[in-house]
Design a protein around this ligand. Structure first.
Ligand SMILES: C[S@@+](CC[C@H](N)C(=O)[O-])C[C@H]1O[C@@H](n2cnc3c(N)ncnc32)[C@H](O)[C@@H]1O
Length: 192
């Protein structure tokens, strides 16, 4: 898969300059600008576990340099893939990466705070929330409950436990990470 090599090229999330990180943390709290990724092999395992289909819209909240979103678009049957990233530096790196892998259709990359983003069409969301501040994780749980109630959200994946009305834990997938510490990705599903 040639695009996997292309996915690895370009600016890294860790390269974000100090002022860019400070801008993220001024909005989202101390620790929010921390960075880490799922290696492509592990992301592939995650996507096979999820069996994304044409009716799904996948979103990565805090999408960094866009690798997960682009891999979803390139390697799965997903109907749409959305990345929402607050860091301008990482967002621009994601746009460059999208160009480099041939501008796959159905991809949208937004530079904004996921708490203000319109996610009403999203069916499956992922949050690599490991270093998110506690308040941001709490807000994520509250928002996920609202998106499940008012939008199409049916499945939520998070590397931190969430408390979210109408969402119940359905399983965990242990994955390797770019920072060398295996982590569990927790899957929540909407209940009636
Ligand atoms: C773990 S990293 C992202 C890795 C990416 N999901 C991947 O797997 O390739 C978390 C990202 O969340 C971003 N972030 C933190 N708070 C945010 C917010 N409120 N809205 C959007 N992005 C946010 C950070 O700037 C950082 O790039």
């Amino acid at each position: 898969m040639l695009w996997r090599e292309e996915l690895e090229r370009g600016a890294a999330g860790h390269d974000a300059p100090a002022e860019d990180r400070a801008a993220v943390e001024a909005r989202a709290g101390v620790g929010a600008a921390g960075y880490g990724e799922l290696p492509a092999e592990e992301a592939g395992r995650l996507f096979r576990w999820l069996k994304l289909g044409p009716d799904d819209v996948f979103a990565d909240l805090g999408s960094g340099t866009g690798k997960l979103v682009l891999q979803a678009a390139l390697e799965t049957e997903v109907g749409g893939a959305l990345g929402v990233e607050l860091s301008r530096f990482r967002h621009e790196a994601a746009l460059e990466r999208w160009e480099r892998v041939g501008r796959p259709a159905g991809v949208e990359l937004r530079c904004e705070d996921f708490r203000r983003s319109d996610l009403s069409e999203v069916t499956v969301l992922f949050a690599g929330a490991t270093v998110f501040p506690e308040e941001l994780v709490t807000e994520l749980g509250e928002l996920a409950a609202r998106w499940a109630r008012e939008g199409r959200l049916a499945r939520v994946l998070s590397t931190r436990e969430l408390v979210a009305e109408r969402l119940r834990e359905r399983g965990r997938l242990k994955v390797e990470t770019s920072w060398g510490v295996p982590t569990a990705v927790i899957l929540y599903e909407r209940v009636a």
